[in-house]
Structure formats: C-alpha cells, structure tokens
Design a protein around this ligand. Structure first.
Ligand code: BLA
Length: 507
C-alpha cells in the first residue's frame, strides 16, 4: 500500500492516511510514555506553540506546567482510546490556555494534542433549540434540510451539505445550505471512489474532522517513528492529523479553503456526512466542533428513527393491500383490481416507477413499464433464474444484454414469484439513474479521466459517477426486498384461496 502522501490516483484508495506522521499547524502534538509520562515524540512546532526555545522532547509532562501531569494521571486506568479526555489548561512558558485532547492509540502511549483555546462562546441556547428541531423533524428530507441550516448557523461555513451514501457507497448531495452567490451542488452525485474505504472506516471511529486551511504546510512528528513501537504513529483518532494530499488537491480544485466534516452513523454504518466548506481560511474552536459532533449524533439518531418509521409504514401498506385484495374477491370476484386501481399503493412501498403482474396467462401493468414484448423477455429471463423468494437487479442490461434496450424504464427489476406456476410473478421497475441527475453545464460531456490529481474535482467525479452507473437504477435495499417478499406472500395466499374457491365452484 502507498505510504501517506505517496499515493497516485490509481492507488489512492489504499493510501495509509492514519500514518500521516504530521499534523496541521493549528496546534501541537505530544506522545508520552506510560507510566513515566515522559515525552517521546513531539510535533516540530511544539517549542513554538508552548513559547519555549526548544522542543519539549525528553521532558516530563510535568515540565510543561499547568499541573497537567496530576490531571492526566487519575485517568490512566481508563481505556482512553474509547473516550478522549478533554482538559482546559494554561501550559507552556506563556501559560496560554489550551484545549487538551488525550487518547491512547491501540499500540500504547498517550497522545496529547494541544489547541489554543478560542474565545468564550454561548452554545447552550442554540444547541438546545437545534436538538429540538432535529428531534421534531417529520421526514428525512425535512431533517436534512434543517440540519444543513443548523450547521451553517452554528459553525458559520459558506456551504453546508448533507451527503448521503447509497448501498454501493456512491454519494448524493441530499440537502444543502449555501450562500446566494454560490452554485448549488444539491442533487449532485459522486462515485464511491471519491472517499476511499480506508477513510470511511476511519470516519466511523473518528466522527469529526477539521481543516482550517487547505494550504497550511504540515508539521512533521519528531522523531518520525514512534520510539514506543518503531512504527508510524496510528493517528486515526488525532484531531490534528494532516489530511491526504490527494483530498487537499480535490478541495483546492473546487475552490474550498477550509472544511469541517461530521460523520452520520446509522445502525453502525456510515450513512452519510455533514460537510461544511468555506472559501477562506476558517479557524474553528474545540467547543463548536464538539457541539457539531453532538448534533450529528442527534441527526443520525433521528435518521434511524425516521427510516424505521418508513419501513413500518411500508409494512402497514402491505397489510392494507392484502385487505383490499380480499375485499375485491368478496365484492367482484377479482383481487387484481386492488393492486391496479390504486397504483400508488403498489408502487410507493417499493419506491418504484412501474409494476407488472404475470398471472393466469395475462399481464397487468401500472406506471412506467417496458412494452409487452420486452415484458415477456423479462419474464423469460426470470424463468431462467434459480428460484428464490425475491429476485433483484439494478442493472438488467448487464444480467441480460438482450434486455439492455429497456434501461430507461427498467434498469432495475425486483420480482417475486406469486404462485407455484412457472411464469407467475409480481414485478417492480426502476428507471436508469442518470436521467434524474442535475449539474450546471452539460453533465454528459465526456471528460478525460487521467492520473493527474490537478484534474480532481466534483465535476470530474460526476462524470465518473455517470460512467459507473450507466445502465443501472438506484439499488434495491434489503428493506425493499423484505417489502416485496411480504407483498408476494400476500398475493400468493390470496391466489391460493381464490384458486381453491374456483375449484370448489367448478365442482
Ligand atoms: C476524503 N473525499 C473525502 C471526503 C469527502 C470527499 C467529503 C471526506 C473529507 C473529510 O471528512 O474531511 C469527497 N468532497 C467530496 C466530494 C465532494 C466534496 C465528492 O466536497 C463533492 C461536492 N479522492 C478522490 C479520488 C481519490 C480520493 C479519486 O476524488 C483517490 C482514490 C481520495 N478522498 C480521498 C482520500 C480522502 C478523501 C485519501 C481522505 C482524506 C483524509 O481524511 O485524510
């Protein structure tokens, strides 16, 4: 794997970003050995930051003043890698006030980061009203819109975006709040490759990242290798870690000078992030970041609640469908009208644009569906698949090149068998995604995708995303599959009852 700073565009997904061996210059970092608490590694700026002539390398923590050693010691029994300890103290020659963040990386040693304390801020009122708004948000779009507005108000960046990742890791700007003179990115999509897996795993553990100035020169750790391990310091949980040069180039190319990004973790996985961008350098004190981190936890909690609410609604609508099918049989001897007289009741639970029923030699459809000939082709393709309660593809043309022509209405197909008879299915369709995408200028204008980081930009990413998702629909989620299976089971029950009734009548 390429070492930090050595990655090119062809292998940057494996860059070891946790081994930055350098920090952003907005503070100083020390590594102390336990139990003596002597300083074994220090950022090259540590002397300057503490107003001392020389580096504190080799000093004991006590030599820094501020009673730091006595204050850290009581915590040493705790697993500091889990909850970082945060202190406020006047340390160094200048007795300046610092926010001090302490944690213990897995390989041992304590990492102590010092950031000059900012001016006092009153956050209780704004945070309280923000929490209220977040917890009351009635829907996912409303929640994300409010969150972008809240982060903009509390952290004050030019542009705040809520990114949302799909199951494949591609991103979408799902909500945005920006200055009136800025081009909106709302609705734009990006390929998963813009944020490597290593970074995503890291962002699940370290939930907030600050970049004060994209052009700051990184400060090296001295010595470079930790005397405790002989290896690069694991900086995963460091707030001062310098960011990957590839990502910094990306930000420069998009005219961004400073960022604050908070992870949104839902059900243990990275659902998305709140990304704040500023066109000029922007310092951001610890308390405001901590407030943003807290708020992002609240947003993630609310997302989880709203998503399970949506799933519960889908289940209720399945029960309602079932009820209507039974009523339909009782009233007019026909259950299919229950599905096709109210198309939304069939389409909405699956977030589909069209649906079709193959039953008793007939084909019933609603919404946007392929032509009859193509529908028969799709049924034939399904007949050839191993039988399963649910069959799904988000790229029909890739599964069956003969069916590629229907991609504009049916790149995505989700099907469930509704009886034991071959060829009887209920199907849902989703269109190709690229139709619904927006971008200033012509998004489909081809861009040469070379190996030059100076070309990195959301514009280029978009074009790459376009290539990646050509011929695919938005992916079917596991919740979608469950819903489809439930509807399929209901229909199968109804059919079985209906057929046995018909047999009885025929006798
Ligand atoms: C990280 N890339 C990121 C991050 C974002 C993006 C949001 C997280 C930054 C953070 O949390 O501070 C991508 N930023 C975007 C996108 C937009 C944006 C899509 O503003 C759109 C508006 N990046 C690439 C390519 C590579 C790459 C091709 O585009 C290499 C394969 C690498 N991106 C890359 C790396 C990081 C990153 C290495 C980690 C940065 C770090 O934490 O050190």
């Amino acid at each position: 794997s390429p070492a930090f700073g050595q990655a090119s565009l062809s292998n940057c997904e494996r860059e070891q970003i946790q081994h930055a061996a350098s920090i952003q210059p907005r503070g100083a970092l020390l590594v102390v050995r336990e139990p003596a608490l002597d300083i074994v590694q220090a950022s090259a700026n540590a002397g300057d930051v503490f107003g001392c002539e020389e580096s504190p390398l080799g000093w004991s923590l006590d030599d820094l003043g501020g009673g730091l050693e006595q204050r850290v010691r009581p915590h040493l029994r705790h697993p500091l890698s889990v909850i970082p300890l945060v202190l406020r103290g006047d340390v160094g020659r200048s007795r300046q006030a610092f926010d001090i963040l302490v944690h213990r990386p897995p390989a041992g040693g304590l990492v102590i980061e010092f950031e000059p304390a900012g001016p006092a801020v009153e956050l209780f009122g704004p945070v309280q009203s923000a929490l209220q708004t977040i917890m009351d948000a009635p829907s996912l779009p409303a929640l994300c819109d409010e969150s972008a507005r809240i982060f903009k108000e509390i952290a004050g960046y030019d542009r705040v975006m809520v990114y949302r990742f799909d199951d494949e890791g591609h991103g979408e700007v799902f909500a945005e709040c920006c200055e009136p003179d800025q081009e909106p990115y709302l609705g734009n999509r990006y390929p998963d490759s813009d944020i490597p897996q290593i970074a995503r795993r890291l962002y699940e553990r370290n939930r907030i990242r600050l970049l004060v100035d994209v052009d700051d020169v990184p400060i090296p750790l001295l010595p470079r290798l930790s005397p405790l391990t002989g290896e690069d310091l694991d900086m995963s949980l460091c707030t001062l870690r310098s960011l990957s040069p590839i990502h910094l180039q990306y930000l420069r190319n998009m005219g961004v000078k400073a960022t604050l990004v908070a992870s949104l973790l839902v059900g243990g996985r990275l659902w998305g992030m709140v990304a704040c961008h500023h066109r000029t350098s922007r310092p951001m004190q610890y308390e405001i970041r901590a407030a943003c981190e807290l708020l992002s936890e609240a947003v993630a909690t609310r997302i989880a609640a709203l998503e399970s609410f949506v799933q519960a609604q889908a289940e209720i609508s399945v029960r309602r469908l079932e009820q209507r099918m039974i009523e339909g049989i009782a009233r007019e001897g026909d259950w299919t009208s229950a599905l096709f007289d109210h198309p939304q009741s069939l389409l909405q639970p699956l977030d589909a644009a069209g649906a079709a029923l193959f039953y008793d030699g007939r084909v019933l459809t609603t919404g946007e569906v392929p032509g009859t000939q193509e529908l028969r082709g799709i049924a034939a393709w399904l007949d050839g698949q191993p039988s399963a309660p649910v069959m799904a593809t988000a790229a029909l043309g890739r599964e069956s090149p003969r069916l590629a022509a229907v991609k504009s209405v049916a790149s995505g197909v989700l099907a469930t068998p509704i009886s034991k008879c071959v060829g009887e299915y209920l199907l849902w369709f989703r269109p190709e995604r690229v139709r619904t995408v927006t971008w200033a200028g012509n998004p489909f204008k081809p861009l040469a995708v070379g190996d030059d980081p100076t070309e990195l930009s959301p514009r280029r990413s978009f074009s790459q995303w376009h290539q990646v998702v050509e011929g695919t629909s938005s992916p079917w989620t596991s919740a979608n599959r469950t819903t489809a299976r439930l509807i399929g089971e209901s229909v199968a029950d109804v059919i079985q009852q209906f057929r046995s009734v018909r047999v009885l009548i025929a006798q």
